[in-house]
Design a binder for this molecule. Sequence first.
Ligand code: ZN
Length: 377
Amino acid sequence: MIDPVDLTRRLIRCPSVTPEDAGAIDTVAEVLAAAGFVCTRCDRGGIANLYARWGTSGPVFGFNGHTDVVPAGDADAWTHDPFGGEIADGLLHGRGATDMKSGVAAFAAAAVRFVTETPPAGSVVLAITGDEEGPSVDGTRAILDWMAAAGERLDACLVGEPTCPETFGEMIKIGRRGSLTARIEARGVQGHAAYPHRARNPVSAMARLTARLSDHALDQGTDAFDPSTLALTAIDTGNPASNVIPAACRATVNIRFNDAHSSETLSAWLREMAERVAAETGIAFDMAIKVSGESFLTPPGPLSDLVSRAVAAETGVTPVLSTSGGTSDARFIRDHCPVVEFGLVGRTMHQVDECVPVDQIVALERVYRRILSDFFA
Ligand SMILES: [Zn+2]
């Protein structure tokens, strides 16, 4: 059998910072192949991806996760080597300890144990990518494209991202808000700060526009979602001089939106707001909008019930169904089959000294195993 803690340590020792794989995918593939999983690499665009399947018949239960990690940053700021996989005082340290090498190791260990001890009438699939933290173009999407071409289908999928804010077992994600980024440029006429009437100041026009965007309440929340949020993340002129009105000013705005909106309605709103300020100020705005994903919801039902029961049985905590947080690869899978997310406490993800209690990895493996046995019961 696979020890999920040992497998997490081995994965942490692969410095798989997106788009590098550093042997992480093969580390998982080897243990799965040894247990009878048919492992197919669905690499695309230099990204390592794995589709591993045990069984040939339906129903098919799938796990999804990623082995890539965000950079460690300043390694000297870490108490333990970010790629050492060290255990101290019951905590396993390293980049990816929570997000989400432990999740991958836990569902790999659960799947191997489950099919070995109680072979189900059906199939278990693990779809693991090396590009979730990066552009996410050649990651889970590449696996889903390969699956469509190969005629492979899942009946349900669980994404093993960390989902619990503080206490293990407290939260399952059944949807996610959408995300959209607008890069805005205001173009004016450069001039001497002592003669502002001879210039056209893009900075004050941008200040007006960004203030209006920030002050606008997008909605009050919906049945399944918190209110949408808009964050102004940059205003930049690149202007070192105090006596020059610059010719241009750039700003970046990120919107996390619920099911009261779509990227289309929000893009139209952003452009309309910019047009109004342009009409008032005579400053032209350019806007480039990038959509990371629309909002989605897997309405509470058989899959979320099954996962909730398994979590409660193993942890003693009744989880809430939530749509909070950032985006995840569930936004791609939701077009394929019902998808929910459950994993560890994510408090230290993407931080210096990312770590996870060793016993939580063991508990997560138990939850995943119970989900499998309940699904096939
Ligand atoms: Zn993650």
